[in-house]
Write a protein that binds this ligand. Structure first.
Ligand SMILES: NC(=O)c1ccc[n+]([C@@H]2O[C@H](COP(=O)([O-])OP(=O)(O)OC[C@H]3O[C@@H](n4cnc5c(N)ncnc54)[C@H](OP(=O)(O)O)[C@@H]3O)[C@@H](O)[C@H]2O)c1
Length: 247
């Protein structure tokens, strides 16, 4: 489980632990999350500290997962990239974000898929965003690079399907985490309006009139990452309360 120390990733890791999966948690600081999940659910939890963009993380994940019996499910996640308008993004910022959002996840995929091929089954899920379907102003890095990863995973679904490996992306709309609170703060500053107004405007675009929950997202993710999912592959599925801009 990569990017699993807080927010959506943590909720997914915890849901998998509830279902009895042993875990390898990776993020820049995964230890507290690992301790919490181990204490609450009694499963084995290993950690691989480091950024998903660090090449050594992929190799360490494969080592730890192998020691736990082999990877059967892989979650690819990381924090959101800087919020900046397209015209202000430098080459270096594109390159850094590409390392975290595309090269890193695909390196981890390449490191762990062989264990799934050996087992003849596996599930992969990327945390994506509704903005892949409906690009949003001010977050060009996210709009563009998440689309690249989603299409790479669709390609992998075509290539690895015959080996029993199912790959999907689960795109949150607005889900109540620290990241979404920071996002709302940033938009409030950019538009010079209150954060409650940003939230109100967002809710008007969500037919369910509420934000999603990390736990609800995690239940959907755990379905896609487990053997319960026997036929869904190559999809980007929205967890978004029928968000008007994304459908
Ligand atoms: N919440 C929403 O409604 C929403 C909507 C659309 C898209 N998203 C996207 O979904 C993803 C998860 O969102 P969230 O709300 O759960 O965010 P979050 O609460 O900020 O969690 C991000 C997680 O990723 C880890 N992380 C950050 N940078 C990393 C890196 N370089 N390598 C590995 N792990 C890294 C963080 O742990 P460490 O700090 O320990 O590294 C943390 O566990 C983000 O990319 C976000 O942009 C969220």
């Amino acid at each position: 489980m990569v990017g699993a120390s807080s927010g959506l990733g943590f909720a997914v890791a915890e849901e998998m632990a509830k279902r009895g999966y042993d875990l390898v948690l990776s993020s820049r600081n995964p230890q507290d999350a690992a301790d919490a999940i181990r204490d609450r659910h009694g499963v084995r939890v290993e950690v691989v500290p480091g950024s998903i963009s660090d090449p050594s993380v992929a190799a360490s994940l494969a080592d730890r997962a192998g020691a736990l019996g082999g990877a059967s499910a892989l979650l690819l996640n990381h924090g959101g990239p800087p919020v900046k308008p397209l015209m202000g993004i430098t080459d270096a910022e594109w390159s850094d974000a590409f390392g975290v959002m595309v090269t890193g996840p695909l390196r981890v995929l390449r490191a762990l898929v062989p264990q799934m091929q050996t087992a003849g089954r596996g599930r992969v899920l990327a945390v994506s965003s509704f903005t892949v379907k409906a690009p949003y102003p001010g977050i060009a890095l996210s709009n563009s690079l998440r689309a690249a990863l989603v299409n790479a995973l669709k390609t992998a679904a075509l290539e690895l399907g015959p080996e029993g490996i199912l790959l999907n992306a689960l795109a949150p709309g607005y889900v109540e985490t620290n990241r979404i609170r920071e996002w709302n703060d940033s938009y409030a500053r950019q538009r010079n309006i209150g954060v409650e107004e940003v939230r109100k405007q967002a809710l008007e675009t969500i037919p369910l009139r509420r934000y999603g929950t990390p736990e609800g997202y995690a239940r959907m993710a755990a379905f896609l990452l487990s053997e319960d999912n026997d036929y869904v592959s190559g999809q980007q599925i929205l967890y978004d309360g029928a968000l008007v801009t994304a459908n």
